[in-house]
Write a protein that binds this ligand. Structure first.
Ligand code: SF4
Length: 357
């Protein structure tokens, strides 16, 4: 029920519609009260957009017809259009090509494995971190995604499959910590009980090592999982394949990570993409264990997914030898080997790239 008969104000001076997708509960409540509605109206909008993933105002049956009409005429509830779906691994991996309102393309990936449904989300269109082995890096950087565009990737996946999403990873296109505020706002909406209601430890944010972002994440005591893409055991090799290491070295990152309060549900995840003749020797395996053994951590080994042929996946026996050294020395480190899914549709780790412009 409306608290005021005040006339609904016009939309902004530029004549643009209000983009509601991506607004937080508090923002929607304030936005509604500015328009003579109750704060509760904002709560209803929040629930319709995120809990029920409704994009048509007609479905918002507990909102007055008059206000629904206002929303229909003046507001945007969807920010992305689904362009194409590619499937592989007997349909258990699906890559979604999505288009923004300004005509740019981005990708998200849905992966079903046993009782997990993981969705890999993009945080930017392109990326300027420029990791030498990554297809996204080769696209250059176009812009950050909005909160609504991050959320609409997940909603597009919900539309495509009946299987409930169990995990979200920010490992798609872009460096999440270079779009920190929006990524964390989207994560908060994913976690919100009246939003998508996903547990905090089911949301993982992966960084290439953006130190200010890592610091902020730790200082803010965020409850989401943190993954760090390590990929080398010496500063020289890491700088060669990940130029970001020029700015923030392994030593600096590790010094900061020592302040991270992990627990059994929330261990730091180190990711290590295994590349032929770059970082795949038994000595690398030994160094890797000694670097991370003091952390309460998981280690994710990802045999490289080839893109343009400049880097290759190591031969099977080299991978086996590397893993053997790791398993023999691992101590408390939990090791996972991720044979990435969706390679044939370029949906695997480091393969996401689209043509824009
Ligand atoms: S690996 Fe991640 S941070 Fe590096 S260029 Fe690719 S998308 Fe950017």
């Amino acid at each position: 029920m409306e608290t005021s008969q005040k006339k609904l104000p016009p939309i902004d001076a530029a004549g643009q519609k209000h983009v509601l997708k991506g607004m937080t509960l508090e923002e929607l409540q304030a936005w509604c009260t500015e328009r003579g509605q109750t704060r509760f109206r904002g709560t209803q909008l929040f629930e319709w957009m995120y809990r029920h993933q409704v994009t048509e105002t007609a479905a918002m049956t507990n909102i007055s017809e008059r206000f629904r009409e206002y929303l229909r005429e003046n507001c945007i509830l969807t920010t992305l259009k689904l362009q194409k779906v590619s499937r592989s691994d007997q349909g258990t991996t699906q890559k979604l090509l999505l288009t923004t309102d300004d005509g740019l393309h981005l990708e998200a990936v849905s992966m079903l494995e046993e009782n997990r449904h993981t969705v890999c989300l993009s945080s930017q269109i392109g990326c300027n971190v420029d990791c030498d082995f990554c297809a996204t890096g080769s696209m250059g950087f176009l812009r950050n995604l909005s909160v609504g565009e991050i959320i609409d990737q997940l909603i597009a996946v919900y539309r495509l499959t009946e299987v409930p999403v169990t995990n979200i990873v920010f490992m798609g296109m872009g460096e999440p910590f270079l779009n920190y505020d929006r990524v964390l706002t989207a994560a908060d909406i994913f976690h919100h009980r009246q939003g998508f209601d996903l547990g905090a430890t089911r949301i993982t944010i992966s960084t290439s090592g953006i130190l200010p972002g890592i610091k902020r994440f730790i200082r803010e005591k965020r409850r989401y999982k943190l993954a760090v893409s390590l990929n080398a055991t010496t500063e020289a090799i890491r700088t060669r394949i990940m130029p970001v290491n020029h700015t923030w070295s392994i030593d600096q990152i590790f010094a900061e990570l020592r302040l991270y309060k992990s627990d059994s549900q929330r261990k730091i995840m180190f990711e290590y993409i295994l590349m032929k003749d770059i970082n795949d020797s038994p000595e690398d395996a030994l160094r890797l264990v000694s670097m991370i053994k003091d952390f309460d951590c998981k280690l994710n080994i990802i045999p490289y997914n080839e893109t343009d042929g400049r880097y290759q996946r190591p031969d099977e026996e080299v991978i086996e030898k590397f893993l053997e050294v790791l398993y023999n020395r691992r101590g408390n480190i939990q090791i996972l080997v991720r044979w990435s899914k969706g390679q044939d549709i370029a949906a695997a780790c480091g393969q996401l790239a689209v043509l824009n412009g």
